[in-house]
Design a protein around this ligand. Structure first.
Ligand code: UPG
Ligand code: 3PG
Length: 298
């Protein structure tokens, strides 16, 4: 059996609420956010109103403020989230920049048996993303990790949007991890996982957290431990191509480390040289560090 695919409305909300109550599962929504004051309030408010206050699907909404220098903390707090600064969570364990770091640290301040991750920069999305991602976890005990997928509309057709997906993640999967080849959006920031499983994984501190979790899950538990759920359409803020170079470097580092490359050290920074014009390089230090499984400290 390969990776199971489903659609978000394959389960009624009532069925998911019943399953959650029967299994006594708690659900945490975790939103890692760095400088997302413009959009994080909407994400928090809509999920709180529809899935926490109207029904009992989500037990807590936790925003992890990832070194923001804007009003992310205040906006998310006003919207009704519990907000933690990543650097202030378990300071004894040190602090690193990055999205994966924020997600790893979230394990120390959340209580959900099931953890749903959502990006904070969404501007075309809906609250059905959350029950959709919970569907396989609440109805199939073999599933450990659920990825969302969606159409990413763009001016030049459906491949537009997802530059790192098309140019880095899919080629890596084809070459090194073909059992993940059925995934429509392997890098989606909207995914859900059983707490115990995520806590058992090594977590890259940067943007490779998604690919690493997929590779480690399929290797340890097989494709039947992963499900993907169609969520409709999603649009987000786009990063500059130059910044995506850092993301691509992190994803390549995590993938090559898992392929056994001795050239990859999971401890330091990689220097990425980019050129705006002429021979003068713009150097950027890209962290490729990984956190050891959180379960050792929980
Ligand atoms: O240091 C950081 C950087 C980003 N974020 C947050 O992480 C989310 C996604 O970041 P973004 O820069 O918008 O990522 P994308 O360019 O959209 O990258 C896609 O691909 C990445 C690689 O798999 C995933 O991590 C992302 O979730 C997915 O949206 C947003 O809420 C950010 O605020 C942090 O919390 N800390
Ligand atoms: O999935 C990706 O490749 C990244 O999120 C970048 O997406 P974008 O090209 O739509 O900005």
């Amino acid at each position: 059996m390969g990776i199971r695919a489903a659609h978000w409305d394959d389960w009624t909300l009532e069925r998911l609420l019943d399953a959650k109550a029967e299994q006594r599962q708690r659900v945490s929504l975790v939103v890692p956010a760095r400088n997302e004051a413009a959009t994080v309030g909407d994400v928090v408010t809509r999920v709180r109103e529809t899935l926490m206050e109207t029904v009992d699907l989500v037990d807590e909404i936790v925003v992890i403020d990832s070194d923001s220098v804007d009003d992310t903390y205040a906006v998310a707090t006003s919207a009704g989230a519990r907000v933690h600064r990543a650097a202030e969570i378990r300071p004894d364990l040190g602090t690193h920049p990055g999205k994966g770091e924020a997600m790893w640290k979230s394990l120390f301040v959340t209580t959900g048996d099931l953890v749903v991750f959502m990006d904070a920069d969404l501007h075309d999305w809906d609250t059905h993303f959350v029950p959709g991602l919970l569907g396989p976890l609440l109805t199939d005990p073999a599933v450990q990790l659920v990825k969302g997928f969606y159409d990413r509309p763009g001016a030049d057709g459906p491949l537009e949007g997802g530059r790192v997906t098309e140019l880095v993640a899919r080629p890596l999967i084809a070459l090194l991890f073909p059992s993940l080849g059925e995934l429509v959006q392997p890098l989606a920031g909207e995914w859900a996982v059983r707490r115990d499983w995520f806590a058992s994984l090594s977590v890259p501190t940067g943007y490779a957290v998604e690919l690493a979790a997929l590779v480690d899950t399929v290797r340890a538990r097989g494709p039947e431990a992963i499900a993907q759920v169609g969520l409709g359409t999603r649009a987000h803020r786009h990063q500059a191509l130059r910044d995506l170079g850092g993301m691509a470097t992190q994803i390549l580092a995590a993938a090559l480390a898992r392929a056994g490359s001795a050239a990859i050290s999971a401890t330091g920074d990689v220097v990425l040289r980019q050129y705006l014009r002429g021979l003068e390089p713009l150097e950027r230090a890209v962290p490729v560090l990984e956190r050891e499984p959180a379960e050792g400290w929980l």
